[in-house]
Design a protein around this ligand. Structure first.
Ligand code: NAD
Ligand code: TDX
Length: 337
């Protein structure tokens, strides 16, 4: 049995990861440590909660005593760190919690992993640490770090801390840097679910700037299969970029959603740009493909269609979210834009 501490497992990617692992294998025991911030939702884990190989602990990764207790009690030998404040716009509204969770929290986990001599520590990072691309080129693992937002700078700091523990103490750290994910359970602050839900409610679709910023999209299951592979087969000290070579301009994504939902393009509203808005992300994932044999399995057209259908058939999931604190957030970010 492999005893893994998965952090942030009630969020979008973490919950999809836990559901994927527990429905495909029985050689792992997962302890999910999650603070249940606005982004954490135990409803995402309804299937996993039935598994005997799963337990949930509500708590903060910055809490040294709690983290120590979990490592001791569950004899943790693997860490997969998804927990983070993850939304760029929120980091622009207030950065401190990003450094607390993403930097200090990661350091608390690294210290415990060192003390308890874990076999593998997977740090889930992001392509945003590389900064922004021009019209051409791709991020490789050699691209220098050049983070632009408080969010990406906090992730880059965590990356540096993680590798310093590898270099200094020999902690077996591996790292993934993935492009933009989409799929079920994504919180409707991110582009795709926000646009789907606004369109369903005939609300304006706020596109930042000229709408020509480019993101490289990957289905969350493809990301998670890659993360599983890096956790088990990745070489300590190495970074693996993950992407599905699916570049899209934001305006194209929004038009696709409008089209699929049979709504009018009149809903589109160009609004004030995101401060410091990165222009283009695009990933070269040849390293993980050549060294670990991974490749994306899902076609964008089908997976985006399935994702839109999921939001259509799971109205109760997002209605519970948008009826709460979300309203205040929405007014703060978009009210005077
Ligand atoms: P999310 O915001 O949906 O989920 C984050 C989870 O972490 C939530 O369940 C939240 O409750 C939990 N959390 C936050 N602070 C915590 C704390 N202090 N202690 C314990 N738990 C805490 O994020 P996501 O989109 O699922 O992203 C997961 C990871 O993947 C993040 O590290 C993010 O940087 C990275 N990533 C995301 C994307 C993307 O497109 N969403 C792409 C590349 C990398
Ligand atoms: O209302 C919006 N209007 C808009 O034009 C929102 C929410 C976004 N956008 C634009 C900004 C970006 O160019 O859409 C693009 C995607 O925005 P987000 O969904 O906020 O993602 P991004 O900023 O690219 O960051 C994401 O990918 C990398 C995740 O949120 C990060 O956690 C991950 O690390």
């Amino acid at each position: 049995m492999k005893n893994i501490l998965v952090t942030g497992g009630a969020g979008f990617i973490g919950s999809n990861f836990i559901n994927h692992i527990l429905s495909n294998r029985d050689d792992v025991f997962i302890v999910n440590l999650d603070k249940l911030t606005y982004a954490g939702n135990l409803e995402n884990l309804a299937d996993s909660e039935k598994s005997k190989n799963y337990t949930f602990v509500k708590g903060d990764i910055t809490n040294n005593e709690l983290v120590d207790y979990i490592f001791r009690k569950y004899e943790i030998k693997h860490v997969i760190n998804f927990a983070a404040e993850s939304h760029v716009d929120r980091s622009i509204l207030g950065a401190q919690v990003f450094y607390e969770t993403n930097v200090v929290g990661t350091c608390v986990l690294l210290e415990a992993a060192k003390r308890f001599e874990v076999e593998k520590f997977l740090q889930i990072s992001t392509d945003e640490v590389y900064g922004s691309l021009g019209e051409t080129g791709l991020f490789t693992e050699q691209t220098p770090l050049s983070p632009n937002s408080p969010y990406s700078s906090s992730k880059a700091a965590a990356d540096m801390a993680a590798f310093s523990f590898h270099h200094t103490y020999g902690l077996p750290v591996v790292m993934t840097r993935c492009s933009n994910n989409y799929g079920q359970f994504q919180f409707p602050e991110k582009l795709i679910p926000l646009m789907i839900i606004n369109a369903l409610n005939d609300k304006k679709l706020p596109i930042y700037g000229d709408g020509l910023n480019v993101r490289d999209w990957i289905y969350v299951i493809d990301h998670n299969k890659a993360a599983e592979l890096v956790w088990e087969k990745g070489t300590p000290g190495e970074v693996y970029n993950i992407g599905a070579s699916q570049e899209m301009k934001n305006i194209e994504i929004v038009k696709l959603i409008i089209d699929k939902l049979g709504k009018s393009e009149e809903l589109i509203q160009f609004v004030k740009d995101r401060p410091g808005h990165d222009r283009r992300y695009a990933i070269d994932s040849s390293k993980i493909e050549n060294e670990l044999g991974w490749k994306p399995e899902y076609k964008f057209e089908e997976a985006i269609s399935d994702t839109i259908d999921w939001y259509l058939t799971n109205e109760n999931w997002w209605k519970r979210i948008i009826s709460g604190e979300y309203q205040t957030y929405y007014k703060t970010l978009y009210g005077n834009r």
